[in-house]
Design a protein around this ligand. Structure first.
Ligand SMILES: *Cc1c(COP(=O)(O)O)cnc(C)c1O
Length: 392
């Protein structure tokens, strides 16, 4: 059986006619920049995310970049973030001329550890840390309650890298569930095709509950022009394509169903793997859904305590398992084989920090196929193949 890591064809098939028609309408409208489809998507995403405003941008990377630009991050500034993330999280900091500073992750959630952040912030007596970028890795929110407390205490804005977590919910101390992206000063989403809400090309969105900040992003997205051809400040071309917007509007209507299917697939893997001795023998550690118990005890209808953009196991003999699964036509991936602080491009910029949990995760985790259309038979085959690998 051939099982890809992601099968976008199976998602496209039932929506294909609707998508072709919508794209045709955009083409026929001859409105190729901004326009009503982008505006409509912005309104729908703002509502979905419980945010006061949303600004469509060209990618998740540009969502982060324009947010840092709006904060005026530049040379001499430092930005506190996690080292266990996709390159863009750090790339945007460097492109602003600033330097990243890394806090280690919590090995249970793989998200940035607030207690490690606190140590770094206490040491920053010269107040060079000007922004905090937590990442909601794999579709589960970082510990935003603690992170926002640190943000308040040290008066440093938070930009959420929610690229993998659109729609994910976080339980606040008051018992209210907050949506990813709506908690910090701004939240950044990616519509890269592999994300839970993916376009037919690149795209992204910034959401904020601070209207003034949102307006700044809106201006910087379009070269900082206001009015047209008058530039009091320097922005860029960070606009979202209306063809992407029209496709994303169709897919957004199915997003909750897809999140639920991914959660259900995660449960199936957990159940199947728990029946083997691999879990009890600590050869495999299942992903921890940190907020699941709270979600199940809650009276609210559907809570996305995790949206499983990735289903990630911690395993023994990781690299050999990857090779074995690939040889059996099972798609899998390592997110990410190198931490950000280990990247070559950083070697001459900062002194290498010690981040034990981040490095350990990079050496021992593997992502399995988790897309919504995966069948039980496929998951069973994946697990059987994993069992075969450890038996030999
Ligand atoms: C995908 C991703 C990005 C970048 O999004 P693009 O749309 O590909 O630019 C940023 N951060 C994280 C954590 C991501 O997973």
């Amino acid at each position: 059986m051939k099982i890809p890591l992601l099968d976008l064809g199976s998602q496209l098939t039932p929506l294909r006619d609707e998508i072709i028609e919508a794209v045709t309408n955009v083409i026929d409208s001859t409105t190729y920049i901004q326009g009503p489809e982008v505006l409509a998507l912005e309104n729908e995403v703002a509502e979905y995310c419980n945010a006061a405003c949303a600004i469509g941008v060209s990618s998740g990377t540009d969502a982060l970049l324009v947010s840092l630009m709006a904060l005026g991050i530049g040379p001499g500034d430092r930005v506190l973030t996690t080292s266990y993330s996709f390159f863009a999280t750090m790339g945007v900091i460097l492109r602003c001329g600033a330097t990243p500073v890394f806090a280690d992750i919590d090995p249970t959630s793989f998200n940035i550890d607030p207690s490690a952040m606190a140590v770094i912030l206490e040491k920053d007596t010269k107040k060079t840390i000007k922004a905090i970028i937590p990442v909601h890795l794999y579709g589960q929110c970082a510990d935003m309650g603690e992170i926002m407390a640190l943000s308040k205490k040290h008066d440093i804005p938070v930009i959420e890298d929610a690229a993998q977590a659109i729609g994910a919910d976080y339980p606040s101390a008051s018992g209210e569930w907050l949506r990813s992206g709506s908690i910090g000063l701004a939240g950044c989403f990616s519509f890269f095709p592999s994300k839970n809400l993916g376009g037919i090309g690149d795209g992204g969105m910034v959401v904020s509950n601070n209207i003034e900040f949102g307006e700044r992003i809106r201006k910087l997205r379009n070269h900082g022009a206001e009015p047209k051809y008058y530039h009091a400040e320097i922005g860029g071309n960070f606009r979202l394509d209306p063809i992407q917007a029209t496709v994303l509007r169709i897919k957004l209507k199915h997003l909750e169903k897809w999140h639920a299917a991914r959660r259900s697939n995660a449960k199936t893997y957990n159940d199947l793997l728990s029946k083997t001795s691999l879990v009890s023998d600590d050869i495999i550690t299942l992903p921890t859904a940190v907020y699941q118990d709270q979600a199940e005890q809650s009276a609210a209808p559907t809570i996305n305590h995790h949206i499983y953009n990735q289903y990630v196991l911690t395993v023994d003999k990781r690299d050999d398992l990857v090779s074995f699964l690939k040889s059996k036509d099972i798609g899998c991936e390592i997110y990410y084989p190198l931490c950000l602080h280990e990247q070559e491009c950083l070697a001459n910029i900062i002194e290498k920090p010690v981040l034990t949990h981040s490095e350990s995760a990079a050496r021992s985790t593997i992502a399995l196929p988790i897309y919504p259309e995966l069948t039980f038979e496929m998951q069973n085959y994946v697990v059987d193949t994993i069992i075969t690998f450890y038996k030999d």
